[in-house]
Design a protein around this ligand. Sequence first.
Ligand code: FVH
Length: 292
Amino acid sequence: MSERTPLTLLGLGAMGTALGRSWLRAGHPVTVWNRTPARAEPLVDEGATVATSAAEAVAANQLVVTCLLDDASVGETLTEVDLAGRDLVNLTTGTPAQARALADWAAARGARFLDGGIMAVPPMIGVPGSGGYVFYSGSRELFDRRRETLAVPAGTTYVGEDPGFAALHDVALLSAMTGMLAGIAHAFALVRGENIAPKEFAPLLAGWLTAMTAAAHKAADQIEHGDYSRGVVSNLAMQVAASGTLLDTAEEQGVSAELLLPYLNLMERRLAAGHGDEDTTGVVELLPKPVP
Ligand code: FVH
């Protein structure tokens, strides 16, 4: 008989299947359910037990993991399910508010709750050293008790009792990545069509972006001290002046600057407000939370 914790997994898309496979390979008994039953077949071939309904799957084990498309699909799947006494771990990507609402909803049904934000793509799941990990937030007691099982598919990083924090960390990192991907697209658009091999350009681009990641630590220090001038090397006035060259080069190369302009416009507004001696971090002051 297996000594590994048995668990139920609801949702067998690309990510759910990768998660399920990693638990099966580590020897965990896994009961699975998916809205479209055929998608369960690969994991059943690898040893999973298939349930004919979400309710049946949840009844099978105390530990229940959801990895569905979105918050609405989690609601649809669990609405008629008895969650009393269950440890519910939601690995579906959602907003912080959705995670908090789901935590309240689960608590009202007698379940303990953890939310997770997956910082990995399916091929990184169950691969030690891939760099993939999952942010968790919600019940610390539940996280500690289930940590060993949760660590099977990917590393675990607990970020607080507030159930919205995993989603907040997840989305903050994905938002930063979005800006980086926009920058990569713009850089390739500039050199495209010239006698510059993309595969020779790529390592230069990756190396530069890697070198610039120190900006995250400097920004944290400035925000923590409420002083955007702290440790400034290239101040806002210089950066705005230099951005003219970015726009002129885009025009020369026949490339739209639309990916750059929103950020450059914020830098100009901050400069116009008299903050030329600061670092660019000060643009966060122009991104306030809307007053409800
Ligand atoms: N795949 C990735 O690279 C990213 C990496 C970071 C985390 N995300 C999030 O993980 C969640 C699941 O993503 P996925 O890759 O497994 O997504 P799909 O392959 O599209 O599978 C979606 C599953 O959700 C089921 N589903 C959809 N709607 C409903 C519903 N109304 N009721 C019940 N189940 C539903 C779907 O079932 P079916 O279409 O096969 O019947 C799949 O099982 C997601 O939050 C990512 O943002 C992945």
